[in-house]
Design a protein around this ligand. Structure first.
Ligand code: ATP
Ligand code: MG
Length: 268
């Protein structure tokens, strides 16, 4: 390939959103939780997803990495449309292997860490790269150890999750997500299960990842993180995007009365 063609290919890749959804709906029985969400996240964006309890934030993230099946809508990851087929009135995954593959590209970090308790930290990190991505064990091991160092856990590789503090477990979970070399990281309230004194160590890792240019979608109640670290805010209310914009726009006030009310709860 000539260098011109390579450049064009790169420019084209940059233009494809890491994640894109059109008309995303999700209902549980008769309860419609997501009511037609259109959203794109481009490489390098850090999007904070804010909203009251029950507004649909977790459901939204879970649909993006197919932990929940959308009820309707189109989802593209790195430009590749996720195959879904209709069975009765529900959508189901058309090709499980495609979903397994794409899911490693949008790695999720959960509120309660979700580490495998019967595995050491190092085994936790190596599991998906070796068994799902089928990468070479020795290389994965080296990368896993480097990622543990990256999050300050180089001396905890052989520990079991129960032997770690909550902050350490969450940093291990972040390292586990990174070893999959994802194009985007999804965080669902990564610090809300932590004792207050452990929140800072996890936020620091997340701030570092953001400053490296990682693509991140973060459901959080940490308004400082949302305001200072994210490039964009998405405010969900009752399953729709009620407001979106830069932190400066939204936190400046006056864009959305509902958002201003929401934020005032954290200031008082
Ligand atoms: N598996 C499920 N079955 C039925 N209803 C569900 C399910 N998961 C979520 N819901 C409902 O969907 C709505 C949105 O839930 P979701 O967990 O997405 O909210 P959230 O914005 O993440 O809230 P929180 O801030 O409390 O975590 C809630 O009314 C919830 O009860
Ligand atoms: Mg939630």
């Amino acid at each position: 390939m000539t260098s011109d063609l390579q450049q064009a290919a790169r420019a084209n890749t940059a233009a494809v959103p890491a994640i894109s959804v059109d008309g995303l709906h999700k209902h549980f029985g008769t309860h419609e939780v997501l009511k037609g969400i259109d959203f794109q996240a481009h490489d390098g964006e850090v999007v904070s997803i804010l909203g009251s309890s029950g507004s649909g934030k977790s459901t939204f993230l879970r649909c993006l990495n197919l932990l929940e099946m959308p009820s309707a809508g189109r989802l593209r990851i790195l430009g590749e449309e996720v195959g879904m087929k209709k069975v009765g009135s529900s959508l189901v995954i058309a090709d499980q292997r495609q979903v397994d593959r794409l899911r490693t590209q949008v790695a999720m970090v959960f509120q309660n860490f979700c580490l495998w308790h019967h595995m050491t930290v190092l085994e936790n990190l190596m599991e998906a790269p070796v068994h799902v991505q089928r990468r070479v064990r020795g290389e994965v091991r080296d990368e896993a150890l480097a990622m543990l160092e990256r999050v300050g856990l180089q001396d905890r590789a052989g520990f079991y999750p129960a032997q770690l503090s909550g902050g350490q477990q969450q940093r291990a979970a972040i390292a586990r997500a990174l070893v999959m070399r994802p194009r985007a990281l999804l965080f669902d309230e990564p610090t809300s299960a932590l004792d207050p004194e452990l929140v800072g160590e996890v936020l620091k890792v997340m701030r570092d990842l953001a400053s490296e240019g990682r693509t991140m979608l973060v459901v959080t109640h940490e308004m400082g993180f949302a305001r200072d670290v994210s490039s964009r805010i998405v405010f969900l209310e009752q399953g729709t995007i009620a407001a979106t914009g830069s932190p400066r726009q939204l936190f400046g006030g006056g864009v959305s009365e509902r958002f201003d009310q929401f934020v005032s709860r954290f200031n008082g």
